[in-house]
Design a binder for this molecule. Structure first.
Ligand SMILES: NC(=O)c1ccc[n+]([C@@H]2O[C@H](COP(=O)([O-])OP(=O)(O)OC[C@H]3O[C@@H](n4cnc5c(N)ncnc54)[C@H](O)[C@@H]3O)[C@@H](O)[C@H]2O)c1
Length: 309
């Protein structure tokens, strides 16, 4: 089987690609190395192509290979980055997906990561399920919701609505909430929290990579479905998250700042029952993820090289 992974040199991709290679799949990785990130994976089954998903004639040539699966990870990722570059966000997150859908062989199966931030601002104590109305409030959320619609209307696809991802990766991102908080707790012994009561759902980058493998292995059973993908019962306010980190790093303080706003306004709780009912088992807890970030000494990383903004 051969798999095209766009954006495979990113935070999720550099965890996923070695898992695909371990399964002896042939992987074609297309990435424009937007962050000048290092890429150190080598394998006889890996074809690395430096290029832009917006370069349609180039992408068309790549698609002539007829892939069994496409995993489109390439994107401008995160609310702050998309706020700065709204047009490019639409081009990469939405239009390039549309192009892939129109031009890939119709037998090619697509597994796309979308985001549960599409739920926007939820209702207190009401869990968002895959049937809940979508109400994206950031440019990022809007482009991802539109991409999901495009992919599902094409068919032969699965959408994984990811929670906020945490954990270590060869292409580390410290701008993700859990990673960011652990970095600041270790480096500055202080976290300033805006909108501390806003709730979100979380998931480990290792489980996210496992979800793509699971989707490949169980495609026929899962196809043409949307799945929320986050840890069940890990819908935490930012304050609760800070407390969990304090359990493992006792010597930092967190300060609530009610005068500043988070550009990413999401506030909701999510049910992940649907993916659990298919038999998927999450393996990585948030406590283990925090421990791995501490063991990895993330405070020593250069933040500017590990952030999408
Ligand atoms: N990390 C999360 O919390 C999270 C949550 C929900 C969904 N997602 C989705 O997962 C996917 C991967 O996210 P990530 O966290 O790995 O982000 P990332 O920014 O680390 O990875 C994105 C990758 O896409 C590449 N890229 C950007 N523009 C490109 C272009 N025009 N052509 C080719 N490559 C391009 C970048 O170089 C990078 O390697 C994205 O689609 C994102 O929306 C991530």
């Amino acid at each position: 089987m051969n798999v095209l992974v766009t954006g495979g040199a990113g935070y999720i991709g550099t965890v996923l690609v070695p898992m695909l290679l371990e399964k002896k799949l042939k992987v074609t990785l297309l990435d424009n190395f937007l962050f000048q990130q290092k890429f150190e994976i080598e394998d006889k089954n890996l074809k690395l192509i430096r290029g832009d998903v917006k370069d349609y004639s180039f992408v068309n040539k790549i698609l002539s290979e007829n892939f069994d699966f496409i995993i489109p990870l390439a994107g401008l990722v995160g609310a702050p980055l998309c706020e700065i570059k709204p047009e490019e966000a639409k081009e990469v997150n939405e239009n390039a997906i549309d192009f892939l859908c129109r031009n890939a062989n119709k037998d090619t199966k697509i597994i796309v990561p979308t985001t549960n931030s599409g739920y926007g601002i939820g209702k207190k104590n009401i869990y968002c399920t895959e049937k809940s109305p979508l109400n994206p409030i950031s440019v990022y959320g809007i482009t991802k919701v539109n991409a999901e619609k495009i992919i599902l209307s094409r068919g032969n696809a699965i959408s994984l609505r990811l929670a906020t991802v945490f954990g270590t990766s060869p292409r580390m991102r410290l701008d993700l909430l859990v990673n960011h908080f652990v970095y600041r707790a270790l480096k500055y012994k202080k976290i300033e929290i805006f909108e501390g009561d806003f709730k979100r759902n979380y998931v480990s980058v290792y489980d996210v990579a496992r979800a793509f493998i699971y989707s490949i292995d169980n495609f026929e059973r899962l196809k043409d479905n949307i799945f929320n993908f986050g840890l069940e019962n890990v819908n935490l306010t930012k304050i609760e998250l800070a407390k969990k980190i304090k359990d493992q790093i006792p010597d930092f303080e967190y300060i609530l700042n009610n005068n500043k706003q988070d550009p990413d306004k999401r506030d909701y709780i999510v049910s992940n029952e649907k993916i659990l009912n298919t038999g998927f088992k999450f393996k990585n807890t948030i406590e283990a993820g925090i421990r791995q970030l501490i063991e990895k000494n993330v405070q020593d990383l250069d933040y500017s090289k590990c952030s999408n903004i």
